[in-house]
Design a protein around this ligand. Sequence first.
Ligand code: LMR
Length: 342
Amino acid sequence: MKKLSIFLLLIMSVFVLGACQSDEKIAVSGESSDGVQEMKIKFSHVVAENTPKHQGALAMKEYIEKESDGKIKVEIYPNSSLFGDQDEYQNLVANNIQFIAPDLTKFVGNNPQFNVPALPFAFADDNEAIAFWDGEKGKEVLSSLKDDGVIGLSMWPNGGKHLTNGKHAISSPADLKGLKFRTQGGQVLESMYSALGAGSESIPFGELYTALDQGVVDGQENTFSNIESKKFDEVQKYMTVMNHTRVDYAVFTNTKFWDSMNAATKAIVEGGLAAGTEVARAEAKSLNEKALEKIKERGNVEIVELTPEQVEEFKKVLEPIYEEYKSQIGADVIEAARNAGK
Ligand code: LMR
């Protein structure tokens, strides 16, 4: 009997030891046997699903979850459903979320060089904007939030912005006089409206529809994709195709989170970022073109297409902004932006 008890005890210890060892691998290091860390990543943003930013985020999620065999879960929160313009950055700094991809002009308070997408008529298309942000100066600007523990990883374009308003058709600089426009951020956008005799106010994206509806501002500037997906044309009467400034994003992450990943895990997340960047860059133009068609079909806004001469009039009025911001943004950065991809 005694012999049997000792034998049973021995068998049990072997099982318990074995169980402890395999548990230890997962619980202590948080890694599976292939070295990939199990974790949940949150990506928060403010726009709708049928936009280049959300499509990029989805591609990133799909790649990461597939390549990690589900060990890494990516949760995407669109439409300011988790955090909006007011609080997403602070929550990234606090590592409550691991990725955001804000319109870069929302960071002008942190570094005036983030005014680049607001420089009037600096970029003709997505490719020129991509060339700037992938270039030396662009990379320097994206890395300028490191003191906050934030890394700028990769630029994702949305596209050129166009003016909408509820008062009257706009086809010349004089038509903006006395109107008030919502901006994404201050500084260059504010100076631009003031040069055109208009007022401006920076309002979070999630509050924009109501602000337009209630007449807090008369108009706003945005990409076709944002105008269509957020139905701003329901509360506006006119749209001028301008392409004068841009909505461009970068994917930002938290340094502590980024550095906490081992090589196997980081390789998967970096692969996901590359997949997301590819989709966002490839989809932006066609999503904007489709959105313009939808806006036309809905027929809520009268659309003004500017002639090349009318565009020249706007360029002339807005040109002094380059001199005004030369010292804040840096002559080298402005030059790199104006020459990018040309
Ligand atoms: C806006 O605030 O108008 C846009 O920048 C929102 C976005 O992220 O595209």
